[in-house]
Design a protein around this ligand. Structure first.
Ligand SMILES: Cc1ncc(COP(=O)(O)O)c(C=O)c1O
Length: 403
């Protein structure tokens, strides 16, 4: 990749931190044993590395090591959590509740269950006219829970508009009502504080490549006490990980995920402030240089009752009137951003998240998502402002719609 391209698509994926690569390397070439080999030192070393990494990952979200199941990423974790609960519940009920703005890795799983014997309720979120667009309240969730509800699934931070949902309140409610709560925390773990007990979640998905760790590794937290959550495995075979997810453990990736989580945790307070400042600088610059720039999602300074931000610090999503977001992206060869969600770019439909805020198709099509991350600098933000402003002005001149 040319080094003069500025990467601002960190909600899509992140560059692996060199400290993570360094931690992983020995497990490819020297300590390459199978963690399941119990009869020789190669296996023992691998097993010990997995145990150390698991303990560290578990501690980073307030869980215990036995509650961590390694998967290939948040998509697989979401599949295991939702289908695992649904298929296990059998006669216990068949109703699941979630949000219209979830990632496709939740929505598609639910849609497939909906074509079987399950009933799905997808809650709308606060519209763009509201104080915190994209938000759902615990009351909204409470109203949707029925006697036959077996699972509520609510994401912590949205990948497109960065809205952070009131999970602790939803968790409290689900406990009261005796319904399991799953949380897709792929965009939250490593970025904002996540504690499974404070949030009162029973299942929580996360992923290595969103936190400067490797791709192809993720985990699902599965609560073991009050209640002991039971899942039907989705991948069966050798019986690894207590039978919940068979397959030889990817030791280097697990070590990498642990290192990535540790670095995120150590740097989180300073990084949250730094990214929010960069993001605010970016938006201020864009609105200074251009007219008719709209912020999509929560206000940048929105704060929840617990004092934490209502929006992911590194996330900015804006619409540029009279401009097509795809055309804008394509005309800026030296800036890597995304229109809608890159995770679903195989599907070119306008973003379902922005549509759920009540935006028109044209407004959605004129939007860009900027994802700022660990390696972005102030100088890059200033260069991005200049590039976007220049491209928007040029495209507006060519547009028959622009005044
Ligand atoms: C909120 C959310 N959930 C799930 C995923 C899927 O994660 P993974 O790529 O690790 O499967 C992503 C990103 O792609 C995401 O942003």
């Amino acid at each position: 990749m040319p080094s003069d391209v500025i990467y601002m698509d960190n909600q899509s994926t992140t560059r692996v931190d060199p400290r993570v690569v360094e931690a992983m390397l020995p497990y490819f070439t020297e300590q390459y044993g199978n963690a399941g080999s119990v009869s020789h030192p190669f296996g023992w070393e691998a097993q010990e590395a997995v145990e150390r990494a698991t303990a560290s990952i578990a501690a980073s979200i307030g869980a215990s090591p036995k509650e961590i199941v390694f998967t290939s990423g948040a998509t697989e974790s979401n599949n295991l959590a939702i289908r695992g609960v649904a298929e296990r519940a059998n006669r216990g009920g068949n109703h699941l509740v979630s949000l219209a703005t979830e990632h496709k890795a939740v929505l598609d799983v639910l849609a497939r269950l909906g074509r079987r014997d399950y009933e799905i309720t997808l809650l709308p979120v606060a519209s763009r006219e509201s104080e915190v667009p994209g938000l759902v309240t615990a009351d909204d969730v409470a109203a949707a829970i029925r006697d036959d509800t077996i699972l509520v699934s609510v994401m912590l931070a949205n990948n497109e508009i960065g809205v952070i949902q009131p999970l602790a309140e939803i968790g409290h409610l689900c406990k009261e009502r005796g319904v399991l709560l799953h949380c897709d925390a792929a965009q939250a773990v490593g970025k904002i504080p996540v504690d499974v007990n404070a949030l009162q979640v029973d299942l929580l998905s996360f992923s290595g490549h969103k936190v400067y760790g490797p791709r192809g590794i993720g985990a699902l937290y599965v609560r073991r006490k009050r209640p002991h959550v039971r899942l039907d495995p989705q991948i069966v075979g050798g019986g690894q990980q207590g039978g919940l997810r068979s397959g030889t453990l990817d030791v280097p990736a697990i070590v990498g995920l642990a290192k990535a989580a540790k670095v995120c945790l150590e740097e989180m307070p300073a990084e949250m402030t730094r990214l929010a400042e960069l993001r605010d600088r970016l938006f201020a610059g864009l609105t200074r240089e251009l007219t008719e720039v709209t912020l999509n999602g929560p206000p940048l300074d929105a704060v929840a009752d617990d004092g934490l931000p209502r929006r992911l610090p590194g996330n900015l999503n804006t619409s540029f009137a009279y401009v097509d977001g795809e055309a804008l992206m394509m005309s800026m060869g030296a800036l890597a951003v995304s229109s809608g969600s890159a995770c679903t770019s195989a599907n070119p439909e306008p973003s379902h998240v922005l549509r759920a805020l009540g935006m028109s198709e044209d407004e959605v099509r004129s939007s860009l998502r900027f994802g700022l991350g660990r390696f972005n600098t102030e100088a890059e933000v200033d260069a991005a402002i200049e590039m976007v402003a220049e491209a928007v002005v040029r495209l507006r001149k060519m547009s028959s719609l622009a005044p």
